[in-house]
Design a protein around this ligand. Structure first.
Ligand code: NDP
Length: 342
């Protein structure tokens, strides 16, 4: 069983030299009393938050056990889909297609109580269940609809707008009839947002020197909703462009994951005078919405109202570069690594 681990804690931007491909023997036979399940991993998710779990000062330790810190040398868990190859658990049979917390490797031994569910593909490719029909999709859906409560015609700004969560936020908001502007880190991404995804407008934040006036240019009448994937200076610039009673869903602050503690300081006076509602959230708290989210998203996909955006690399050895590239903005849509053929 080949799997990826970290050699050391990773406090700044991740590099190839932080990771190691390890191998250990794995027996595919299980004692029925073990209640364990062995899954052959097929697709695994690559998520920015995993970097926070790799830090020596782990965000996760500070934040009420949201996700446990990753110890150098140990295997790394991440969301994924796979196929059961051995089962000591009466709920699963060999051959079942499952989704859950798997490992960044070729196989996962899922302990009793581990997060694992049988997967109904509903006619969609397996990889969709890692991204658009998995946690990225639920994150976009819960953050936009539950936290921001958008209304038709409202003006929505989304950062990391061509990323996994961001592209869905923009697409969902467009289906509802909002005016949507996104930002991304290259001109090619800006073109894709406008031409392929039908987002009303977009800009390359790397080319802008004064984000407050940039946002004013794109939103002369102000922003009603900000879906924040990046934090930092963009968050600061957004606050001064928000409308009264605006809503901000703080989904992620990726610009702060690699900065070793330097932070922009958003102006709270805007929050007070404009009665802005800012709420952080975790998709995992909205599992009650999963059924609604899935039926809505499947319907939108089948009717062509939204489109899937995936960025898939091949093989367990490509996992480190897949994570590294998230922080360089090389991914377009959901970053997934295909580990094996079904
Ligand atoms: P993405 O697919 O959006 O990939 C990350 C993107 O972030 C990159 O493509 C890049 O795009 C952008 N980025 C990277 N570094 C920076 C930087 N320094 N400044 C600005 N932008 C940067 O990842 P996800 O969709 O998986 O995650 C998006 C955000 O949502 C993350 O912050 C993540 O932690 C968070 N998240 C939160 C969840 C929750 O439950 N709250 C669940 C899932 C994700 P570009 O620079 O080209 O715009």
């Amino acid at each position: 069983n080949r799997y990826i681990t970290i050699k050391n804690h990773v406090d700044g931007a991740p590099q190839d030299s932080d990771f190691k491909l390890k191998s250990s023997p794995l027996s595919l036979s299980l004692d029925p009393g073990s209640h364990e399940v062995i899954v052959k991993n097929l697709y695994v998710s690559i998520d920015p938050y995993l970097l926070n779990r790799m830090k020596s000062y782990s965000f996760s330790q500070q934040s009420s056990a949201y996700a446990v810190a990753i110890t150098p040398g140990e295997d790394i868990d991440a969301y994924g889909v796979g196929k059961v190859v051995a089962s000591g658990n009466s709920k699963f049979d060999k051959g079942d297609i499952v989704a859950g917390l798997l490992k960044w490797g070729e196989f996962t031994v899922v302990k009793p109580g581990g997060m694992l569910n049988k997967l109904d593909l509903m006619g969609f490719p397996l990889s969709y269940h890692v991204g658009i029909l998995g946690f990225s999709g639920l994150t976009a859906y819960a953050g936009l609809f539950e936290i921001c409560k958008p209304k038709k015609g409202e003006k929505v700004f989304v950062s990391a707008a061509l990323g996994s969560v961001g592209n869905l936020v923009g697409q969902f908001a467009k289906v509802l009839g909002c005016y949507v502007v996104g930002c991304a880190g290259s001109n090619a991404k800006v073109a894709l947002l406008k031409e392929q995804l039908g987002i009303d407008d977009a800009f390359n934040y790397r080319e802008e020197t004064d984000l407050k006036s940039t946002l004013h240019r794109y939103f002369p009448d102000g922003i009603d909703i900000y879906f924040d994937n990046v934090g930092g200076h963009m968050q600061e610039a957004v606050l001064s462009n928000m409308n009264i009673n605006g809503r901000i869903a703080v989904c992620g602050v990726i610009s702060e994951y690699t900065d070793c503690g330097k932070r922009a300081a958003p102006s709270m006076i805007d929050v007070i005078y404009k009665r802005i509602k800012i709420q952080g959230f975790l998709a995992g708290d909205y599992l009650n919405l999963f059924g609604d989210f899935l039926s809505t998203t499947c319907d939108y996909l089948r009717t062509g109202k939204i489109q899937p955006l995936e960025d898939i690399s091949d093989g367990v050895e490509s996992i480190p570069s897949a994570l590294i590239n998230l922080f360089g903005g090389q991914n377009i849509g959901k970053k997934i690594v295909k580990i094996a053929q079904e």
